[in-house]
Design a protein. Structure first.
Length: 380
């Protein structure tokens, strides 16, 4: 089967995968333990994904009984940043104040999972031609993608919990083809040496201290998770959110391995229509249909767009100009919203912008979320 394995590697690379590797499909015992531990400690913060059913996500045999191998691929998503506000109409403002912009994490400027899935699909197709079963798993709850990449010899677990590829860093999405074809090498690929050394930059760069120890993430503090979580955004982390509207890249941006890789091979330009920034006012003005069209690719809890608007209100409070007519209009609309989640986050945003003058109508609001927010103003 060495011939087929080599051919699959070639197919994967030709289809756009930057790195490929093959390993066995035995259970990922350490990941299982790590998941159970994080749930016990509360650090999983109620996340579902691979945490919901770890006996499945850490054991490929549950997804495909008789599976023998994982073909793992990594695809780079590092691109040159397009300028903020590029290609967007500005809101009219006599004083020409800038529209507030919300930052989107690099992996989500365009859909990178689609091309990864397609490339792995070609590998799967070739396996099926030989009569074996093959299933593509990308960011799926059925597999711990990082552990598969580490086992297949693609990279090491960094202290920021991402998988880093030697000489190339962490700006990669990961996925696999699970198969019963006997293509795994008889001996596991040698583990990739830890390239972090004594560095701890990601731990100190994290704006909320979510990397509580090397390789240990507390999702209760991770902005990437809090932006995806339902309910109230924890008040103690709202200021730290800054202009982030979706995802967070801080534990990767100044990573020396990434910096070196960026220097050695400068990135390609971002794809046309990359969403590195979105207009916060556009997000807050959009009706459901328009907002779904704008952010439809994002993970949104229960597909409830109110959580995207909630996040946009926090960003507005952090980076909006308190005298910009568009900002005032957006705040006014949210303060009058029927949704208490939006009203309460709008109270916070108005206060952060020093516009408590807008809150008069909320003094008699009996909703507990809004009343809490108003009471907090009194304490400040
Ligand atoms: C849940 C999830 C999240 C959660 C939790 C992340 C986390 N670190 O656990 C949240 C929403 C916060 C998140 C954020 C992000 N995610 Co995410 N996420 C996932 C998902 C769905 C499951 C991850 C998982 O199973 N975690 C389980 C725990 C146990 O795994 P772990 O933390 O990696 O734990 C291991 C290590 O910590 C290590 N370990 C244990 N002890 C120690 C000690 C030391 C010293 C070291 C070094 C390591 C180490 O062993 C553990 C077990 O294997 C995967 C997709 C998938 N199906 O796998 C994507 C995935 C991990 N995410 C990805 C990405 C791109 C991101 C973001 C960069 C997106 C962004 N810009 O906002 C951030 C990065 C934040 C971060 N530092 O992790 C990529 C990672 C690519 C890569 N190169 O590693 C994945 C693989 C998606 C994909 N298919 O490409 N994500
Ligand atoms: S994604 Fe952001 S908040 Fe989460 S661990 Fe990394 S730097 Fe911290
Ligand atoms: S910042 Fe330093 S410790 Fe963190 S992942 Fe990069 S090299 Fe490792």
């Amino acid at each position: 089967m060495d011939g087929l394995a080599d051919e699959l590697r070639r197919i994967g690379r030709q289809a756009g995968l930057d790195r490929v590797g093959i390993c066995d499909a035995l259970p990922f015992t350490e990941s299982r333990q790590a998941i159970e531990r994080r749930k016990l400690e509360g650090r999983s913060a109620g996340m579902q994904f691979t945490f919901r059913n770890p006996s499945r996500s850490t054991d490929p045999q549950v997804t495909m009984p008789g599976a023998r191998a994982l073909f793992v691929g990594a695809r780079s998503y590092y691109r040159q940043a397009p300028p903020a506000g590029a290609g967007r109409e500005r809101h009219p403002d006599p004083q020409d104040r800038p529209d507030p912009e919300g930052r989107v994490a690099r992996y989500s400027w365009v859909d990178h999972y689609g091309p990864l899935r397609q490339a792995l699909g070609q590998v799967a197709g070739r396996i099926e031609q030989e009569g074996w079963r093959a299933r593509v798993l990308v960011d799926d709850n059925a597999l711990v993608d990082r552990a598969a990449a580490v086992r297949a010899g693609l990279g090491w677990f960094g202290k920021n919990t991402n998988v880093l590829l030697p000489g190339a860093g962490s700006w990669f999405v990961l996925g696999s083809v699970l198969t019963d074809a006997p293509i795994a090498p008889p001996i596991r690929p040698a583990p990739v040496d830890d390239g972090c050394g004594s560095c701890k930059r990601c731990l100190s760069d994290c704006p909320t201290g979510a990397l509580v120890e090397p390789g240990q993430l507390d999702a209760r503090r991770c902005l990437a998770w809090l932006l995806q979580a339902p309910g109230v955004f924890p008040v103690e982390h709202r200021a730290a959110l800054g202009d982030r509207l979706y995802g967070c890249d801080d534990c990767q941006v100044r990573c020396p391995v990434n910096r070196r890789a960026e220097r050695d091979s400068p990135p390609a330009d971002a794809e046309p229509r990359s969403q590195a920034f979105l207009s916060v006012l556009e997000v807050l003005e959009a009706d459901d249909e328009a907002l779904e069209a704008l952010v439809g690719r994002w993970y949104i809890p229960g597909r409830e767009l109110r959580f995207v608007r909630r996040n946009a209100l926090i960003v507005l409070g952090n980076v909006g100009d308190p005298d910009h007519p568009g900002v005032l209009e957006a705040l006014g609309r949210a303060l009058a919203s029927r949704d208490p989640i939006l009203r309460s986050h709008a109270v916070w945003a108005a206060a952060r912008l020093g516009r408590t003058d807008l809150l008069g109508g909320l003094a008699a609001d009996t909703d507990p979320l809004v009343a809490d927010e108003m009471a907090r103003l009194g304490e400040q």
